[in-house]
Design a protein around this ligand. Structure first.
Ligand SMILES: [Zn+2]
Length: 426
């Protein structure tokens, strides 16, 4: 009786690496900013152009292209219509004046990895246990349309299609109409049976670079506490109203902003916080504001720390309301639990790194990713490659060609092992 040996790990060829570089260069030119960054908001004309590039590339390389009703763009490589799909991908949209790598890398590396893998599997006569696919999720960033993660949210059922379609940008344009305008309001019903999802992304932190590690294997996400708080004061004339008589809702908000900042500082690197948006009424230069809403966020790995911060915030809001003669209401409060990613998938990734001679380490993500949407339903592996100085959502975002090549080898190898080894994702 012969013991079946593990087939040699498939790696991208020099031609595949060159194809990736060419594709990445073409992407970087669409929505390019003078300082070498990218401005490519979801469902904009530039998003339409890069989608055209991506779709044409997929079709030229033998993928079946499918576009769903929220504009998610899938490239399928089907060996057996009854087998599930191993899916990889990320997003091609960007923040305003952002970098060329965030999201884009994962989509283009995914396309080249799947193409290379399928070609070499066919050459070897190796039959995978699952089909392969790559996806570009619509509006991951949440910059032009809110919320973020719209495409992956609709795909996983966390968000209804109607609410996604009705999301409006700052000019009142609906996402549905913006997708229609660029030709990516699809009508394919993409109901894939998913065996697992892999996303490779730039780290958006300096951990890998400073430890000189090639690949981060994300094991968990931070928890988040999101609150919307409204202060009510009294509208009055800025000129004649005596200072002592003012009930200034914006002053209350200002005290709150510094308190939210100070709370995070109490916990060193364990907590991040911000007030990312305020809404002021009547927002007139010579009127004491009567009503202000704040969107407050705390993030931490530790839910207990967030619960304690939440209680302290209650006490702080009462004290601020007393001091400013305003009242307040907590309009919404959401505590998002931390998530753990699939242990077996992570172990497989570390093993592939070892086979390839690439250093790997366990990582954590503070930022949201489409992978976190998928993680609620499927085995998910989220991989990081280094970000120079940890700079992200910035035109200066940078990852070297070498680091991108390492990631492409890692992704190709992981997809190979995950779709052929029998012990993969049980
Ligand atoms: Zn991203």
């Amino acid at each position: 009786m012969s013991i079946p040996s593990t087939p040699e790990l498939i790696e991208p060829s020099a031609t595949d690496l060159a194809a990736f570089e060419a594709l990445f260069r073409q992407s970087s030119a669409i929505g390019a900013t003078p300082a070498g960054g990218l401005h490519r908001l979801a469902a904009s004309a530039e998003d339409g152009q890069v989608r055209d590039l991506f779709r044409d590339w997929l079709e030229a390389h033998g993928f079946e292209v499918r576009i769903d009703a929220v504009g998610n763009l899938f490239g399928l490589m089907t060996f057996d219509p009854d087998a599930p799909y191993l899916l990889c991908g990320s997003h091609l949209d960007s923040q305003p004046s952002a970098g060329r790598f965030d999201g884009v890398y994962g989509v283009l590396a995914g396309a080249v990895a799947v193409s290379s893998l399928v070609r070499q599997l066919l050459e070897r006569g190796e039959v995978p246990r699952c089909n392969l696919a790559v996806v570009n999720w619509t509006n991951e960033e949440g910059a032009r349309f809110q919320p973020s993660l719209i495409g992956s949210g609709v795909f996983t059922g966390a968000l209804t299609l109607d609410s996604a379609w009705e999301s409006r940008d700052g000019d009142g344009i609906r996402l549905k109409d913006a997708l229609q305008a660029i030709g990516y309001l699809g009508n394919d019903h993409v109901d894939l049976n998913i065996a697992g999802y892999v996303e490779i992304h730039v780290e958006q932190g300096a951990g890998l670079e400073s430890s000189q590690t090639a690949i981060g294997v994300v094991r968990e996400t931070w928890a988040a506490l999101k609150r919307r708080v409204r202060f009510d004061g009294e509208q009055n004339h800025t000129g004649p109203t005596p200072m002592a008589a003012r009930r200034d809702a914006l002053l209350a908000a200002a005290h709150t902003i510094t308190a939210v900042h100070d709370e995070a500082l109490l916990h060193g690197v364990q907590m991040h916080s911000s007030v990312g948006r305020i809404e002021v009424y009547p927002n007139s230069p010579n009127v004491v504001p009567s009503r202000v809403s704040l969107l407050i966020e705390y993030r931490s790995r530790d839910v207990d720390l967030l619960s304690a911060a939440s209680e302290r915030l209650d006490a702080t809001l009462h004290a601020i309301a007393d001091k400013t003669m305003t009242s307040f209401e907590v309009e919404s409060s959401v505590l998002r639990s931390p998530a753990r990613l699939h242990d077996g998938f992570a172990a497989l990734a570390h093993g592939v790194g070892a086979e390839l001679g690439l250093s790997t380490t366990d990582s954590m993500t503070v930022a949201g990713h489409d992978a976190i949407s998928l993680n609620r339903h499927y085995p998910v592996c989220l991989l990081f490659i280094p970000s120079s100085n940890g700079v992200s959502h910035n035109e200066a975002e940078y990852t070297s060609d070498q680091d991108m090549h390492n990631g492409l080898r890692m992704l190709t190898g992981l997809l190979h092992r995950a779709c052929t080894s029998s012990a993969s994702l049980g």
